[in-house]
Design a protein around this ligand. Structure first.
Ligand code: DAT
Ligand code: MG
Length: 140
């Protein structure tokens, strides 16, 4: 399989606890390369657009409030099979169900405050990367 790119967010619960480097160490140990990265404070509009697919869910308001509560680090990760590989490295959405060694098992506080986001498919990866990065910000 060719090199693939996925979109990642190190979420507010992780940046607040100064875990950006610890999360990046797990990412890099898994063989994924960080080819773009910036620390931003998401606007409410950006968070609502990003999570629009969940807008009817009961946790949507809480999710948006959380995502804008502190800085996040947005990233593009590159590697063989990067989308599925990063989902594996992240672990299950609810840290109670996440496998040993995964980012969420090690760092997540709860199902809502679960330290990282990773794209779930090629189509969503492309849309999510384009929401936060222009082509010349990604250096592979
Ligand atoms: P993932 O982030 O693993 O792709 P998802 O797309 O189903 O999970 O949900 C997006 C985010 O929404 C998730 O990371 C945290 C929040 N979320 C999901 N289910 C939740 C729940 N039952 N209660 C609170 N927040 C939830
Ligand atoms: Mg998801």
């Amino acid at each position: 399989m060719a090199l693939e790119r996925t979109f990642s967010i190190i979420k507010p619960d992780a940046t607040e606890r100064n875990l950006t480097g610890a999360v990046n160490a797990v990412i890099e140990a898994a063989g994924l390369r960080i080819v773009a990265q910036k620390r931003i404070r998401m606007t409410r509009q950006q968070a609502e657009t990003f999570y629009a697919v969940h807008k009817e869910r009961p946790f949507f308001g809480e999710l948006v409030d959380f995502m804008i509560s502190a800085p996040v680090v947005v990233q593009v990760l590159e590697g063989e099979n990067a989308i599925a590989k990063y989902r594996e490295v992240m672990g299950a959405t609810n840290p109670a169900n996440a496998a040993e060694g995964t980012i969420r098992k090690q760092f997540a506080k709860s199902v809502g405050e679960n330290s990282v986001h990773g794209s779930d498919a090629a189509e969503t990866a492309a849309v999510e990367i384009a929401q936060f990065f222009s082509g010349n910000e990604i250096v592979g």
